[in-house]
Design a protein around this ligand. Structure first.
Ligand code: CP
Length: 304
């Protein structure tokens, strides 16, 4: 049985199959509208979410399946002291597949070790990884750039706690000649563990967006992750370190694309939304199709 806990759980070839499936779903959605008849997705969100939860639930509904779960850990028996392992053992008796978000790093991995017959999808574990956002990001890059090789991507903002950045960097590092520019204040630098497999000559670090924006094929903006800060003063000091606006975009390539996992706070000025390089709302739609393809793939692997 297959799970998706981190982006490298799928090979490049498996991603290619997923992308082909996404193409088929977009071209002929009616052919997939009964794939999950009589199937149940457990949607367990121990942490807030708009896109990930609703796109998973929409994906399952569009495949003909049904959804159980909660969007607030406060209404689950975890408030009574139930362990995550016990919760998952129970949910496995009810559902065919499970998407789970949790504030603790490693929670989805733990769930995957406990289950016997229910694929686990990591919908975000603390400041660690977010592999289904990576799916949305890769599908968007494939759509607009047509390739994953020979790209320069700038990750800008909170690289310390930005789990979507950790996951996408690991996924893209498998392709040829991908250059990374990590743009952050010193306090929010990319953790060493997520740089250790990137060749030194393939990345650089800076605290100036303007200095490097002209080199980028993709600019991946991110929110400063308020919920992961111990000090609110530190958050207030760093939250507006980068704000992408029309003035800064004058220095960018005409065919650069701007991604953002959303939610956005201040880091992209609303005036940027009308720029044709801003594709972050389309990215959310690709995320839903990616999750449809992922549910199909994991349920097929389970049946095999
Ligand atoms: N991109 C993302 O994870 O958004 P949500 O937190 O709204 O799910």
């Amino acid at each position: 049985m297959k799970h998706l806990i981190e982006p490298l759980d799928f090979t490049i070839e498996e991603y290619e199959k997923l992308f082909s499936l996404v193409d088929d779903i977009i071209a002929k959605p009616e052919e997939f509208s009964h794939f999950c008849d009589n199937k149940l997705l457990a949607s367990l969100f121990f942490e807030p979410s708009t896109r990930t939860r609703l796109s998973f639930e929409t994906a399952m509904e569009r495949l003909g399946g049904k959804v159980i779960g909660f969007s607030d850990a406060g209404v689950s028996s975890s408030t009574k002291g139930e362990t995550l392992a016990d919760t998952i053992r129970v949910i496995e008796n009810y559902a065919d597949i499970c998407a789970m978000r949790h504030p603790k790093e490693g929670a989805a991995l733990l769930a995957s070790k406990v289950v016997k017959n229910m694929p686990i999808i990591n919908a975000g574990d603390g400041g660690h990884e977010h592999p289904t956002q990576t799916l949305a990001d890769l599908i968007t890059i494939r759509h607009y750039k047509g390739r994953f090789d020979n790209l320069t991507i700038g990750f800008c903002g909170d690289l310390k706690f930005g789990r979507t950045i950790h996951s996408l960097a690991r996924a893209l590092n498998r392709y040829k000649n991908v250059k990374f520019i990590f743009i952050s204040p010193e306090e929010l630098k990319m953790p060493e563990v997520f740089k250790q497999n990137i060749k030194k000559e393939n990345y650089k670090e800076t605290d100036s967006l303007v200095d490097v924006i002209g080199d980028l094929d993709i600019l991946y903006m991110s929110r400063v992750q308020k919920e992961r800060f111990v000090s609110s003063d530190e958050y207030e000091r760093l939250k507006d370190f980068f704000i992408l606006d029309r003035e800064k975009l004058k220095h960018a390539k005409d065919d650069m694309i701007i991604l953002h996992p959303l939610p956005r706070v201040n880091e992209i000025a609303p005036e940027v939304d009308s720029d044709e390089r801003a594709v972050y709302f389309q990215q959310t739609k690709f995320g839903m199709f990616g999750r449809m393809a992922l549910i199909i793939t994991l349920l097929e692997a389970k049946n095999d």
